[in-house]
Design a binder for this molecule. Structure first.
Ligand SMILES: Cc1ncc(COP(=O)(O)O)c(C=O)c1O
Length: 397
């Protein structure tokens, strides 16, 4: 990171800006909630949510675990210097080699599929040491929380299904292995609502499975998917209170670690994306403002509405009020229309449009399309530093 003093006025748009105080505050709130309600807990940051190297180092320095879901992310965590016992290895994209290495190295590994059970069987035949693994649970959360899950009646596709008996079979398989011990359950679920009810249902399920199959667990991993940095949404304190009050019916916090895997809730709100208007034009159908940002920077899947933004009118001029201005991006895709400004003063070339709370699944899903990655700056106590320089053809090549 370049350690030079930068000011907003000198920065070339477009760029991402990280409010470090907000980032730290989100993390502090989660840590405080965990300490208050459960105590024996750990946080794994979900690399996929935003894998900016500056961010991954930031979390490492604060003792946060790496939550990774592919062999590449696993190698990245190692390369960044995450200690092996501070890696949580989830997902369906593990390679055999990294899976076995992670199990042997004492990473927290949550088994997701049949092939991973087969790899464990092979490991069992070749090893005398005892290794520990967790299992990802697939259960019908939609039934407990109607209309709240992402896939609805289609159901989730990760982990072993509880209702059809596959989870029991997977548990039996691990229990049959002499050198593998089942010590954890992983229950992350993706939801539309991120409601407290979801975490109540997840925690109840962890209790039900543990009792039904007489498990002795060292950890329960409830995954991520929380809200964070939003005043009108559930707070970390409420989430962890709900989780802890359910888990404490079956688990003892001295014996069982509560694992959470936040992504969005920690990194969404501290990120803004600063763009400039580079052209305005009227057509027979619309009034357009073209900017140097794009939906691919902040909403690459076009699956979110733009809720948080501000317009900085740079030049003090009398401006017409315009009922509809289509704020558009730099790409040559017709549908690169970021949002519509309604009943607002006309934006002019040089004005800035700043999108807020855009740190989650924006940079990590952004393609290198037409322009290379923009710069990222970090602001703390009024001082700005460069966390990633703007990519050029050299970086690309
Ligand atoms: C296993 C797992 N953990 C954690 C997360 C992070 O979720 P979020 O960014 O919504 O907090 C995800 C996201 O899909 C996930 O699949």
């Amino acid at each position: 990171m370049r350690n030079q003093r930068l000011t907003h006025d000198h920065l070339e748009t477009p760029y991402f800006l990280i409010d470090e105080q907000e980032l730290q505050s989100n993390l502090n709130q989660l840590e405080e909630a965990l300490q208050k309600h459960w105590g024996n807990s750990l946080i794994g940051y979900s690399f996929k949510t935003n894998g900016l190297p500056w961010l991954l180092n930031y979390f490492k320095e604060r003792g946060i675990y790496a939550e990774v879901v592919s062999d590449d992310e696993y190698e990245l965590a190692k390369k960044l210097g995450y200690k092996k016992e501070k890696i949580i290895y989830n997902g369906v994209a593990k390679s055999k080699e990294t899976f076995i290495e992670a199990v042997k190295n004492g990473c927290i590994v949550n088994v997701d599929s049949q092939r991973e059970l087969d790899w464990l069987r092979e490991l069992d035949r070749s090893s005398g040491e005892i290794f520990e693994v967790g299992i990802r649970v697939n259960f019908d959360l939609e039934r407990a929380c109607p209309n709240e899950t992402v896939m609805g009646a289609e159901g989730g596709r990760f982990g072993f299904c509880y209702e059809n008996g596959d989870l029991k079979k997977a548990i039996d398989t691990v229990n049959e292995l002499k050198t593998i011990s089942l010590t954890g359950l992983h229950l992350h679920c993706s939801t539309k609502t991120r409601s407290l009810n979801i975490y109540r249902a997840i925690s109840k399920m962890a209790c039900e499975i543990t009792q039904k199959y007489s498990l002795k667990l060292k950890y329960v991993d409830v995954g991520g998917g929380f809200f964070g940095g939003l005043k009108d949404k559930p707070q970390f304190d409420e989430y962890i209170e709900v989780i802890s009050s359910e888990l404490s019916k079956v688990f003892n916090n001295e014996d069982t670690v509560l694992i959470v895997e936040p992504g969005t809730s920690i990194v969404s709100s501290p990120f803004s994306f600063v763009t400039s208007v580079v052209d305005v034009k009227q057509t027979s159908a619309n009034h357009f403002a073209t900017t140097d940002g794009s939906h691919i920077n902040i909403n690459p899947l076009k699956n979110k509405g733009i809720k948080f933004f501000r317009v900085q009118y740079k030049i003090s001029e009398d401006r017409k009020l315009i009922d509809k201005q289509v704020i558009s991006g730099f790409t040559c895709m017709e549908d690169d229309r970021i949002m519509v400004l309604e009943d607002a003063p006309q934006v002019l070339v040089g004005d800035q449009i700043i999108y807020e709370k855009v740190g989650a699944y924006s940079m990590s899903l952004s393609p290198l399309f037409i322009k290379f990655f923009p710069a990222v700056y970090v602001e703390k106590d009024g001082v700005m530093m460069e966390a990633r320089e703007k990519w050029t053809a050299d970086h690309y090549l």
